[in-house]
Design a protein around this ligand. Structure first.
Ligand code: ATP
Length: 512
């Protein structure tokens, strides 16, 4: 299966098992908007809890807030979003499809990178133990040719990005013969700027209506509450404010499932610090956030940092944590050193003094900020795409199993009486009563035990507990583990501890 096909299968699986549905499906859907089903919402909540507790419980100096989606329209002028929150869009004249010019170029560069990696993999296979990767990269003619092509396009792209030169974006697309995937032609319009904010109006009459925006990020809700939290919480710098909430962007290219949505959720933390200490804190937060990801056990090799070459108007250092999605390494989280840009501008636009009095140094200053910003939905996609596994079993059978990190799994345990009679369902109910206060569970007595296991594998349930006739006499049940499919007999009273060890958020947090 190609990565593309695999991705399609994953999207279908997410729908079939109640993780994610297209929004408004009975009306043929709404582009780039999705609903979370009965499984998806639990996975999403578990991810949010892991982030929230890691931020606000493990750090004494980080507190959480929940600010409104609607905010005063001047906020978006102060933040720069009214003037500069634009994407460069380009249309193909034949297919009439719209694309982001920067994404077209980045995808083209990504394909060259893939070609280079394929050559290197071929070399590794050919030379075995004796393979010297650095030498191969420096001498292999195919690699050198592709690398030279990559360097040239990349240099032009970075220069165009820095200069906001959109004519050059178009020229790169034409020079590289980047075609529209639908029409297959290179018949492109000029590149235009497009503001990503959704607007609506408040007020009961059209006359009295005021234009407001749906927030395109949650961060500004934190900045405008900086003084409230600092004062009422008696917070001392350095300290952080965390928030989870919806954000809205009128994305031009809204494909790739929940990777790029028009309504999505963010988990953002703004860490307020003394000016001059930002690079130290930036480094610290890069490490801390990478650790949070790797701690889930989805393979350190599936993450990488991508430092920004062009910094946003507010930043003096920025990096992305990229994840190896089925369509390649792409941004999952951003970490930015935002200087005092936001607080400084809110001070200017609101006319209110926004400062911190440092009692040790007896001076006041506008704090600098390190931001960590991750999309909840992208995190859900990272977990689901990594989890989806097809395994061949003995006897020519196969199973689809979602190897979701156990503490994030929507259902932690399934309880199943072997048969629907002989008093087994009653004992199973007792097992449910023993477990339900601690774990999300499903009770299932329909179909053969094999079919029931497959259903639980498909939603990623770490443990299945089966009650059989022996249970009636020895008080023991069979526990089957999802990934290894190994089974062991366990006393009913030992079940809770056994499951807890593997699925609890506490264990995950302790390992951080
Ligand atoms: P991209 O370059 O992919 O458009 P961005 O750099 O604009 O992303 P940020 O503004 O840094 O993204 O937002 C922080 C995080 O919010 C991103 O790392 C991503 O996880 C998430 N995010 C941003 N836009 C979307 C979207 N349209 N749909 C889902 N998640 C998003």
């Amino acid at each position: 299966m190609t990565q593309d096909e695999l991705f399609k299968v994953l999207v279908a699986h997410c729908k079939e098992y109640g993780f994610i549905f297209p929004s408004s499906e009975i009306y043929d859907g709404l582009a780039a908007v999705y609903d979370y089903g009965q499984m998806g919402v639990q996975l999403k909540n578990n991810i949010k809890n892991y982030w929230w507790e890691a931020m606000t419980r493990l750090n004494e100096n980080i507190v959480g807030i929940d600010s409104a989606i609607f905010m005063h329209p001047r906020i978006w002028e102060a933040s720069g979003h009214v003037g500069a929150f634009n994407d460069p869009l380009i249309d193909n004249k034949d297919s009439k499809k719209r694309y982001r010019a920067d994404v077209l170029i980045e995808d083209y560069l990504g394909k060259i990178e893939e070609k280079i990696e394929k050559e290197v993999a071929k070399g590794r296979k050919k030379f075995g133990e004796a393979f010297d990767e650095a030498q191969f990269r420096a001498t292999n003619p195919n690699v050198l040719r592709e690398q030279a092509k990559w360097d040239e396009v990349h240099n032009r792209y970075v220069a165009a990005e820095k200069a906001n030169d959109f004519a050059e974006y178009r020229q790169i697309i034409i020079d590289c013969n980047i075609v529209c995937p639908i029409s297959g032609t290179c018949n492109w319009t000029e590149v235009r700027q497009f503001n990503l904010m959704f607007s609506t109006s408040v007020g009961s009459t059209a006359d009295g209506a005021n234009l407001i925006y749906l927030r395109p990020e949650t961060a500004q809700g934190i900045f405008v509450n900086y003084l409230n939290v600092q004062k009422t919480g008696r917070m001392k710098i350095p300290f952080g404010i965390a928030q989870i909430g919806k954000a809205f962007r009128n994305e031009i290219v809204a494909r790739q499932f929940i990777f790029r949505m028009r309504e999505f959720e963010q988990m953002e933390m703004q860490f307020f610090i003394k000016p001059g200490t930002e690079l130290e804190w930036f480094k610290k937060w890069k490490e801390t956030r990478m650790k949070w990801h790797v701690n889930l056990g989805m393979g350190a090799e599936n993450y990488r940092f991508h430092d920004h070459e062009k910094l946003a108007h507010y930043a003096n250092a920025a990096t992305d944590i990229e994840f190896n999605f089925p369509f390649g390494f792409k941004e999952l989280e951003g970490i930015h050193s935002r200087t005092n840009f936001d607080l400084g501008n809110h001070q200017k636009f609101s006319g209110k003094k926004i400062e911190y009095f440092d009692p040790e140094e007896n001076t006041s200053y506008t704090p600098y900020v390190i931001e960590t910003s991750i999309g909840v939905d992208r995190m859900v996609l990272a977990v689901l795409s990594h989890a989806y596994t097809v395994e061949e079993l003995e006897g020519g059978d196969s199973r689809v199993v979602m190897k979701i990190p156990a503490p994030l799994a929507p259902i932690k345990v399934a309880v199943m009486p072997l048969v629907k009679k002989d008093g087994l369902p009653e004992v199973a109910q007792k097992v449910v009563d023993e477990l339900k206060y601690d774990f999300s569970y499903q009770y299932d007595e329909k179909d053969s035990i094999g079919k029931r296991y497959r259903r639980q594998d498909a939603i990623g349930t770490p443990f299945c507990v089966t009650i059989d006739h022996d249970t009636l006499t020895d008080g023991m049940v069979t526990v089957r583990e999802r990934d290894t499919m190994q089974q062991e007999r366990v006393k009913i009273e030992d079940l809770r501890a056994l499951i807890e060890k593997k699925v609890s958020l506490t264990t995950l947090l302790r390992n951080l």
